[in-house]
Design a protein around this ligand. Structure first.
Ligand code: NOJ
Length: 548
């Protein structure tokens, strides 16, 4: 299979509850999202990743699922969802959904049954311990919000394991029935027409948890099993995994059967994400160059998913303490902007001081680095955060569509909204919204549309190789190239405020009428490539040559 759609995709992540409300109840819904598909099509995205869509007590923004076979009634029903899939497909947009099967909500009927009796058929679907595990206070993912990973259940009179919040008991992957059920869930949604899954918390799904052993073994074979299963059900379905692990473990998640990935197709590149943040904070690309160098070579079909912001905090845990402190100082200096001691709960525009040059630079860079770009809703407008909201909710405010009340998100009374819309100041909907930016050819939204169109004419980024061009250049300048079956594109990104230059004359023999296809400003023709200049925080995408 040479044509893998996910390698050329542009993925957009939206949360239905904060995107568009069609019935005025204050909560976004599927019909509202359908009404905005034309907007997404115009933006140029080709794949929509929806954060959890299932019925939920909503104590972790839907990542606490109470029924895997339905949609949250606040969003609509399965018929609406099928319509969404149809309407999206009509516009060339695929849909992938979050698959959250490391745990369930404690309100899920499986857990309710499991805890109620030792004879429950679901008892062994969860992870229990009779005695208090010694590692009870280890491995918490949300320090400050979560005190332990084992909690006592009075009804079951046992301890149960929960890698995340206490209301999210872990499913027992050792149980063959659980494994079958996960496959059945995938099969159900594939049958409805989704194109794959963003798999939540994959390193924890495969954990064969043993009480008292904080380093329990992992059953990676489950991922091979699942991959094979979904591929038989739907040949072009993809798995996009969240696996924020040490670099040397990453390849295990892709799997490698005779050189081909046989587990996960795509992994979010967390390593690159934190190095990007560090480089942007320093105005120096060294950390990105290190990341490109350290990236393990992927098996055939394996792909990175790049991102700058997602629905969680910017996770800086894989940087050293000093590096983390540097990023905090630049992008999240107030304690209130930081989270879990490791991250920043802000959007990109605010972190970059709303400096348009830097925002464009950062996104031009992300979208041109190897892999498939993922964009979080609202980033295309430069939306900000609401730090009065708890934790990660700061960056989960409603989409800002227009100047209408509630930014056009909902006609409900402002105090009835799922979360307040950002108002006032530079980031409030009065100044920052889709309608205003749509009418302005110089807006960030218009720039994103142009940038994505240009990327689509450079399939080398997603399908080819990505190499740092190691030549003497000004300190802030990163030069890299993407080579693929269709040709070569050169990328110059200047992370520093002062102008930079580089001599790429050595590449001229490969060139065939090189020209700027995207740049922050008009530059002189690239000529023989020996005198290339880039403005402060500027960038140039240069088509070096095209192959027929
Ligand atoms: C990772 C998700 O990205 C995050 O939002 C969620 O809280 C945890 N997994 C638990 O499901």
């Amino acid at each position: 299979m040479s044509d893998r759609w996910y390698q050329k995709a542009v993925i957009y992540c939206a949360d239905i509850d904060t995107f568009a409300d069609s019935n005025g109840d204050g909560v976004g819904d599927i019909k509202g999202l359908i009404g905005r598909l034309d907007y997404l099509a115009r933006l140029g995205i080709t794949c929509l990743w929806l954060n959890p869509i299932h019925p939920t007590p909503d104590r972790d923004d839907g990542y606490d699922v109470a029924d895997f076979y339905n949609v949250d009634p606040r969003f609509g029903n399965l018929g609406d969802f099928a319509d969404l899939l149809h309407q999206a497909r009509d516009r060339g947009i695929r849909v992938i959904i979050d698959l959250v099967v490391n745990h369930t909500s404690d309100q899920h009927p499986w857990f309710q049954s499991a805890r109620s009796s030792p004879d429950s058929p679901y008892r062994d679907w969860y992870v229990w311990s009779d005695a208090e595990p010694e590692d009870r206070h280890q491995g918490m993912v949300f320090p400050g919000e979560q005190a332990e990973t084992w909690s006592y259940d009075r009804t079951a009179k046992k301890w149960f394991y929960h890698r995340f919040y206490k209301f999210q008991p872990d499913l027992n992957i050792n149980n063959p029935e659980v494994r079958e059920e996960i496959k059945k869930i995938c099969a159900f949604w594939l049958q409805l027409g989704v194109s794959g899954f963003r798999m939540d918390a994959v390193p924890f799904i495969v954990e064969q948890t043993e009480p008292g052993n904080p380093d329990s073994p992992k059953d990676m074979e489950f991922l091979s099993e699942l991959r094979q299963y979904i591929q038989w059900r739907q040949g072009d379905a993809v798995l996009l995994a969240e696996a924020n692990v040490e670099p040397e473990q990453l390849k295990e998640f892709f799997g490698d059967a005779g050189g081909s990935a046989n587990r996960i197709h795509m992994l979010f590149d967390f390593m690159l994400n934190s190095r990007l943040m560090l480089s942007l904070a320093r105005g120096n690309p060294e950390a990105i160059i290190d990341a490109l160098r350290d990236t393990p070579k992927l098996p055939v079909g394996g792909q990175w998913a790049t991102f700058l912001r997602n629905h969680d905090e910017v996770d800086l845990s894989r940087l050293t303490a000093e590096q983390r402190a540097e990023v905090f100082a630049e992008f999240g200096p107030d304690e209130n902007m930081q989270l879990y001691g490791r991250g920043i709960r802000r959007r990109l525009a605010t972190m970059l001081g709303n400096d348009r040059r830097r925002i464009e630079l950062a996104y031009a860079l992300q979208f041109s680095l190897r892999g498939t770009p993922v964009l979080r809703y609202g980033e295309e407008l430069g939306m900000g955060e609401d730090l009065t909201q708890d934790g990660r909710n700061a960056i989960r405010t409603p989409m800002q569509w227009s100047l209408a009340a509630n930014g056009g998100f909902s006609t409900a009374a402002a105090d009835q909204l799922v979360r307040p819309v950002i108002t006032g100041g530079d980031y409030g909907y009065e100044r920052l919204n889709v309608t205003l930016q749509r009418h302005d050819t110089k807006s960030l939204l218009s720039w994103f549309e142009r940038m994505i169109r240009t990327l689509k004419e450079a399939p080398e980024v997603g399908t080819g190789s990505c190499t740092h061009v190691d030549v003497p250049a000004s300190t802030g300048l990163l030069v890299h190239r993407a080579d693929g079956a269709t040709g070569t594109v050169l990328f110059l990104h200047n992370l520093a405020p002062e102008a930079g230059e580089v001599d790429l004359g050595s590449l001229y023999p490969e060139a065939d009428f090189p020209n700027d296809v995207l740049a922050d400003q008009e530059y002189p023709e690239p000529g023989k490539l020996d005198k290339l200049t880039v403005g402060g925080y500027g960038y140039r995408w240069i088509r070096l040559c095209r192959k027929p």
